[in-house]
Design a protein around this ligand. Structure first.
Ligand SMILES: [Ca+2]
Ligand SMILES: [Ca+2]
Length: 366
């Protein structure tokens, strides 16, 4: 039951997303001047999740939307913007492919990866959380540690836990509400020999937060996620074009309160996000083909870059899905997948936006 429910709902979501392309085309606005940080090999043409490692490398998940023979791969961009491969991931036994999206390092130093089988239309609740064990900077093993997501998406680690957004809880709701959420796992319960199998229908005890999305075209829920230094959790609600802020209990096991930090204000959706070292939030706007900087104190939005849908030439944004800060440079993964009137096209790029000092954006009111 779980698999059929999850499958039908996730596929419906993706079909609606495709149909929505005609209704929500790009616009002609161009803001900013992003450049190319890295050219990706043609086979690794669908980049998504990124995380800045303690060693200064920007780690990056890549797959190939159209070609299932290409393994999902974790790469990294070193301090000189040279691209390297960390590890190729293990294919799912049913689909024979891996589709890595969000990534983050746990307090144990290992890398946790969302394998979103749903993004390429795989059937069933078969998306996963993978653990890449790292020793001396090298990947020594890849294991499945949680199975049974409908659509695992972002990964964010805080304390001794790993949090994963579930973009669809697979719940049928005739009122037009799309249900999604956040799962939390203790590092100590993640065991490659005994993967956690999630219970269906939002009944699993690891589910700590639920989100609702009311968008008739883009029924896509919880997406990017991150924590601030005080332990507050921020979750992007894609179809609402919002970021929700959750004040957590001390242990980080459940939210005590929640608020919508920002919604809309020029954003058409909220995809991958970074609560960055400079105290600002960076969010990729897949539908708006834009990257925004958001003040977590006021919710003010400063659009750093935006352009009509492109092929990515020269660093133009090409369906960005994640933005991460390194120093004063915002790295942007152009996932370039075929939704919202976009076509997969060369070049395949990571863009970079150079920040010009402090924007002062936080001084503005909402
Ligand atoms: Ca492209
Ligand atoms: Ca494109």
């Amino acid at each position: 039951m779980k698999q059929s429910n999850g499958r039908s709902y996730v596929l419906l979501t993706l079909m609606v997303a495709v149909l929505g392309a005609a209704m929500l085309g790009g616009c002609d606005v161009t803001i900013g001047d992003p450049k190319i940080a890295v050219n990706l090999p043609a086979k690794n043409n669908s980049p998504d999740g990124m995380v800045l490692g303690k060693n200064g490398n920007m780690y990056l998940s890549t797959f190939n939307f159209a070609d299932k023979t290409v393994p999902g791969t974790i790469m990294y961009i070193d301090k000189n913007d040279k691209l390297n491969t960390l590890v190729e991931l293990i294919d799912h036994p049913d689909t024979e492919r891996t589709c890595p999206l969000g990534i983050d390092f746990g307090a144990d130093g290992n890398l946790y990866v969302a394998d979103a089988q749903a993004i390429v239309g795989a059937e069933g609740a078969i998306s996963r959380l993978l653990k890449v064990t790292i020793k001396d900077g090298k990947a020594v093993s890849v294991e499945t540690v949680v199975d049974g997501f409908n659509f695992s998406n972002a990964v964010a680690c805080n304390g001794n836990a790993v949090y994963v957004t579930e973009t669809s809880l697979g719940i049928k709701d005739d009122t037009g509400v799309h249900h999604s959420g956040v799962y939390r796992f203790e590092l100590s319960e993640l065991d490659g020999d005994k993967p956690i199998m999630l219970k269906a229908d939002a009944k699993d005890s690891h589910l700590i937060a639920r989100l609702e999305t009311r968008n008739p075209v883009w029924a896509v829920g919880a997406n990017g996620m991150d924590f601030d230094p005080a332990g507050n959790m921020y979750v992007c609600n894609f179809g609402e074009a919002s970021i929700e802020k959750f004040k957590m209990n001390k242990a980080g096991t459940k939210p005590l309160s929640r608020e919508v930090l920002v919604k809309g204000k020029g954003m058409l959706c909220t995809d991958g996000m970074d609560y960055a070292a400079d105290g600002m939030i960076y969010v990729a706007d897949f539908l708006g083909n834009a990257v925004h900087q958001i003040c977590p104190k006021t919710g003010a939005v400063n659009t750093l870059a935006k352009n009509p849908v492109s092929d990515g030439t020269g660093g133009r944004l090409d369906k960005p899905s994640e933005a991460r800060l390194r120093g004063k440079r915002v790295y942007v993964a152009n996932i370039d997948i075929p939704y919202d009137n976009n076509v997969i096209d060369a070049p395949h790029t990571i863009s970079v936006i150079k920040l010009k000092g402090c924007c002062g954006n936080c001084k503005k009111s909402k």
